[in-house]
Ligand binder design. Structure first.
Ligand code: ADP
Ligand code: MG
Length: 404
């Protein structure tokens, strides 16, 4: 369609939220719906993949109907469809992908497969329906994505161009919050519950360990979780109340203090590494994304750090930090205008990495400093050189489009 920016229908079903959104020009949300499965999975204390896939099937059509009605748009008015192709739960991804392919085929619309992690990064560009226009984040920038399944820091020198600075070597930050929530008897999901409990803490002297991982930008949260478990068990034993995972038998006031101590430890490391990355890369802005970015203590700590440096901070509102389809419409737009198109064999990619340097093995952990890191940089540079003629895997080989 000419005379206006492309309107994308976006679909997200990688985990436990069924999301559908209409996004104009990669930024302006016309309408969006998110069917959350939190209540469905709460009794199990975590996501049950089979239940998640079934719930996506149940809610994806109503979510689409709602979005079209709110926006007053019909599918033929849409310019393309963006769908999360990974990473995520295979069964959940398949629901969204099959749905998107069917719509694309039935209406003759182009389809683009989007990396969910790229979506979390691009949430920072979104504008709500009634939000005034404002510029998007300037480049170069440093972005922290911290969610239930992922925690990593990247440098972006341009759209779709990522350099991985570091990532978690074990638990994701959100996963650590969820486990700590269980240990403290606060229920699921742990992140919001710990944040709420922490605000009630009267004493602020519970100190839990921070894993600094040397001078790398990597993260580790499993030791912190173990330290919290030992602390809870030790205090229960001292009180003559030996406990199991249901640490709820600690006094409410003590739970609040430990929740504060845990949150402080996570926030300290996430904020310090993000700010150091901004300094060391000469960033012009800092971007946050992922469910943990809705944590007020983290937002406040990073906001203070960037303000002291005179840098702008871009953090989506909490509802756009957690999984949603609008962010897939934002990231997908950049892929769409660059000419990327998925075919009918678009498959779910449960472990799709955001960046896989050309020639580098698909390891879970990034190389550390030293020889391996230099080889990694060389591979990335070669990938950038090759970007002009790159086709195939859009994320492994970012292509640059001239239509922006
Ligand atoms: P995923 O994409 O991996 O499903 P999301 O981006 O949807 O993750 O984020 C969900 C995660 O964010 C959960 O682990 C949850 O505990 C965490 N989370 C949500 N709100 C907060 C908060 N206020 N503080 C800390 N963690 C939070
Ligand atoms: Mg997510």
């Amino acid at each position: 369609m000419s005379g206006r920016e492309p309107l994308l229908l976006a679909i997200e079903s990688s985990c436990d939220e069924t999301g559908v959104a209409l996004v104009v020009g990669g930024r302006r949300i016309l309408a969006q719906a998110v069917a959350s499965q939190i209540a469905l999975h709460a009794p199990a204390g975590g996501i049950v993949p089979e239940l998640a896939a079934r719930a996506h099937l149940r809610w994806i059509v109503p979510a689409l109907a709602e979005v079209l009605e709110v926006a007053g748009v019909t599918i033929p008015e849409v310019d393309g469809i963006a769908v999360t192709a990974g990473p995520g739960l295979a069964g959940s991804l398949l629901v969204g992908i099959a749905f998107a392919k069917t719509l694309a085929w039935a209406h003759g619309l182009p389809l683009v497969g989007v990396n969910h992690l790229e979506g979390h990064l691009y949430a920072a560009w979104l504008l709500d329906p009634d939000e005034p226009e404002r510029p998007g984040p300037p480049f170069p920038l440093v972005a922290l994505v911290a969610s239930g399944g992922h925690t990593f820091l990247v440098e972006m020198r341009d759209h779709l161009a990522y350099r991985l600075l570091g990532e978690t070597v074990d638990d994701a930050a959100g996963e650590a919050f969820d486990k700590a929530g269980r240990l403290l008897g606060l229920g699921y999901p742990g992140g919001p519950a710990i944040a709420a409990a922490a605000t009630g803490a009267l004493r602020h002297d519970a100190v839990l360990p921070r894993a600094w991982m040397g001078d790398s930008y990597d993260f580790s949260f499993s030791g912190l979780k173990t330290a919290l478990r030992r602390q809870v068990e030790g205090e229960l034993a001292t009180a003559g109340r030996p406990g199991n995972e249901a640490g709820g038998r600690l006094d409410t006031s003590r739970v609040s203090e430990l929740a504060w101590g845990f949150q402080e430890a996570v926030v300290d490391v996430l904020a310090a590494k993000t700010l150091r990355a901004a300094d060391e890369t000469g960033a012009a802005a800092v971007v946050l994304g992922g469910g943990v970015a809705s944590n007020q203590a983290l937002r406040a700590r990073i906001a203070a750090g960037v303000a002291a440096r005179g840098l702008p901070l871009f953090v989506p509102r909490p509802g756009l930090c957690t999984d949603n389809a609008a962010m897939i419409g934002a990231a997908g737009w950049h892929r769409f205008v660059a000419g990327e198109r998925a075919t009918s064999d678009l498959a779910a990619r449960p472990a799709w990495p955001l960046i896989r340097p050309a020639g580098a093995p698909a390891t879970r952990r990034p190389p550390r400093r030293g020889t391996a890191a230099r080889a990694y940089e060389t591979a990335l540079a070669a990938e950038r050189d090759a970007a002009g003629n790159a086709t195939g895997d859009p994320i492994a080989s970012p292509t640059r489009g001239g239509a922006r």
